[in-house]
Design a protein around this ligand. Sequence first.
Ligand SMILES: Cc1cc2nc3c(=O)[nH]c(=O)nc-3n(C[C@H](O)[C@H](O)[C@H](O)COP(=O)(O)OP(=O)(O)OC[C@H]3O[C@@H](n4cnc5c(N)ncnc54)[C@H](O)[C@@H]3O)c2cc1C
Length: 439
Amino acid sequence: MNSGKSVTVIGGGIAGLSSAVFLAEKGCRVKLIESSPKLGGRAYSFYDQEKKMFFDNGQHILAGWYENTFDFLKITGSFGLLDFQSALEINFINENMQIFRLKCTDDDPPMNLVMGLLKFKALNFNDKFRLRNINKILKGEKDSLLKYDNAGELLRDLNQTDNLMKYFWEPLILAVFNTKPLNVGTEVFINVLKTGFGEKGNSNLVIPSVDLNALLINKTVEYFERKDVTVITGERVKQIDIGEKVNFIILENGEKIFSDYYISAVPFFSFARLFDEKISGKFKFDPDSLKHSCIISVHIFLKEEIPEEMIPDNSLGMTGLTGTSVQWIFLRSRKHLSLVISGADDIGLTDESPEKIFETCVNDLKKCIRDFDKIKISDYRVIKEKRATFIPSAESGRNRPGQRTEFENFFIAGDWTDTGLPSTIESAVKSSKIISDHI
Ligand SMILES: Cc1cc2nc3c(=O)[nH]c(=O)nc-3n(C[C@H](O)[C@H](O)[C@H](O)COP(=O)(O)OP(=O)(O)OC[C@H]3O[C@@H](n4cnc5c(N)ncnc54)[C@H](O)[C@@H]3O)c2cc1C
């Protein structure tokens, strides 16, 4: 099928790639332009010459509710490269070396979560008693909860205990929103909970069984070759020329590109630069209303295998740490631990040196894992992504632009557009799906 429509996509991150895929699938002639030499934007892998292996720029976790992402990956042929949990299951180790397992049951939601939390030994009777208030979020009217500015205020008013915050809400919020509860707008928080615990399977975690290039880029590039999608990398779009509608775009090298439709899939901080100052004011979007949040990943290589009793395995080899700077350990192998520090700005780690960050990680591991001080470390890598996500505050929620604009042939894609979701792959792909349906 060839719709005959031509579309130019600016930006080769996940929003740009998925826009190109959905539109090529509908028969459009697509040209994608990416300023950097590589595709993938904030989700990519790079080759480390010394270790002779690929590293992701950060562990990416998906969930059962990523329906638009799954559609994208099914079209490119990557869907089979995902590992799905059969039920939400996470091990936690606290700063007193106690290990707890949260395992949701096979019941329909929200019973699966309630039953899992009732059996979760990190919680005491009082914590479990307060759990019934979760229903006010899951089953309640969203509008009545919007009087709260943020998730922190809402949870405090629902009498969630310190223990519930420590073992359930804070790990969940940091993993999904990459910041603390007080920074998360109530609306986006409720959206995620209602979606995540809305249908069976939605809350199950999903992780790639391969690196991010293999999951998101390589097969997409093969798909583009089959569908004659033109991809230009290493070429920045300098300006979008707009009158009544977009007339053309100009590349840094002076070349003009003409098409029927144009999609911006650049990050929020690059968006205004694409236009003449007079025009950028028309989008009623203030880039300063969005703030970044950093994620730090630390890979630790061990001389010997770490025994099972130190880090018990679970379905995805994922363990949460509580009372520490490190939040997650992913067991890549028994000799390779991949650690995640989300919301690194909140704990003042973003500008620390790799040596200092590594030292913090090792101290956390010693604090939580019995006998970790006997384990010999052979090597480590620290990967910092200062602009990993935006902070989904209530204010940012009011400022995110929709995908359609007042210019009929111009659309905006990206995780930061108004999808009702936090800064995630799913938000990026959802924005593309909305646009491809309009076009
Ligand atoms: C360390 C880390 C961990 C993360 N963990 C998760 C996770 O667990 N789960 C999850 O769902 N999400 C996670 N995310 C977030 C996820 O990666 C992003 O939400 C998503 O990749 C955003 O995609 P995007 O296409 O909207 O934007 P971007 O990836 O920022 O892509 C924008 C692209 O536009 C290009 N560009 C900019 N200006 C121009 C121009 N003038 N001309 C041409 N091209 C231009 C840029 O080079 C870039 O490639 C994580 C991100 C990081 C960094």
